[in-house]
Write a protein that binds this ligand. Structure first.
Ligand code: FE
Length: 197
C-alpha cells in the first residue's frame, strides 16, 4: 500500500487556545510525519509494503510495529478532537457512558486518572469491550487493536502532545481535552460501527 499522511481534519490553529498552533505544527508535521517516513523506509521492497496499515500493526514487532502503530494512533487522535468540542457527550456516546460509568463525571475522573497513571509515554483510550465501554492506557506506541477492544477515543499522553501548552501538567491537559476538544460525534459514530480509519 502507498502510505500517505492523512490531512489534519482542521486548521493548525483551530484548536486554540486549548491546543496551540505550535503544538499541532510540531506534533503533526514533525512527529506524525516522521513516523510515516520511517515506516516507508523500513518496509520498502519488503512484503509489508503490500499490507494495510492495520495488518502491519497486527503482524509486526520492533521498529516496524512502533512506526506503523504511531502513524495509526496519531490519525486516530486527530479524529478524536474537533474545534469547539468537548463538554458533555451527546447521542449514543452519552447513553453508553451513562450505562458503563454511571455518570459523565465518573467517566471524566476515570479517563483523567487512567491517563495520569501511564508512567512515561503512551495513550489513554476509551474502548468498547462487548457491551461495556472502559478506559485503558497503553505504553509507548501500543494500541488496543486486536487485543484491547474497539478504540472509540484516544488522547496522546506523550509529553510532545502537551508540553508547549501545559508544560508538565498532564492532568490539566487531559481535563482540557475532555472539556474543550473531544469529538463526541466521532465516538457515537464508532459506537454505531462506523468511523473506521
Ligand atoms: Fe504524539
Amino acid at each position: 500500500m502507498k502510505f500517505e499522511l492523512p490531512p489534519l481534519p482542521y486548521g493548525k490553529d483551530a484548536l486554540e487556545p486549548h491546543m496551540g498552533r505550535e503544538t499541532l505544527e510540531f506534533h503533526y508535521e514533525k512527529h506524525h510525519r516522521g513516523y510515516l517516513e520511517k515506516l516507508r523506509k523500513e518496509i520498502e521492497n519488503k512484503p509489508e509494503a503490500q499490507k494495510s496499515l492495520v495488518e502491519i500493526i497486527r503482524t509486526s514487532e520492533g521498529s516496524v510495529f512502533n512506526n506503523a502503530s504511531q502513524v495509526w494512533n496519531h490519525t486516530f487522535f486527530w479524529r478524536s478532537m474537533e474545534p469547539k468540542g468537548g463538554g458533555d457527550p451527546t447521542g449514543e456516546a452519552a447513553r453508553r457512558i451513562r450505562d458503563s460509568f454511571g455518570s459523565f463525571e465518573r467517566f471524566r475522573e476515570a479517563f483523567v486518572s487512567t491517563g495520569k497513571s501511564r508512567f512515561g509515554s503512551g495513550y489513554v483510550w476509551l474502548v468498547l469491550n462487548g457491551d461495556r465501554i472502559r478506559c485503558i492506557e497503553t505504553l509507548n506506541a501500543d494500541n488496543p487493536l486486536g487485543t484491547g477492544g474497539t478504540p472509540l477515543l484516544t488522547c496522546d499522553v506523550w509529553e510532545h502532545a502537551y508540553y508547549l501548552d501545559h508544560r508538565n501538567d498532564r492532568g490539566r491537559y487531559l481535563d482540557t481535552f475532555l472539556r474543550h476538544l473531544v469529538n463526541w460525534d466521532a465516538v457515537s459514530e464508532r459506537l454505531a460501527g462506523g468511523g473506521e480509519l
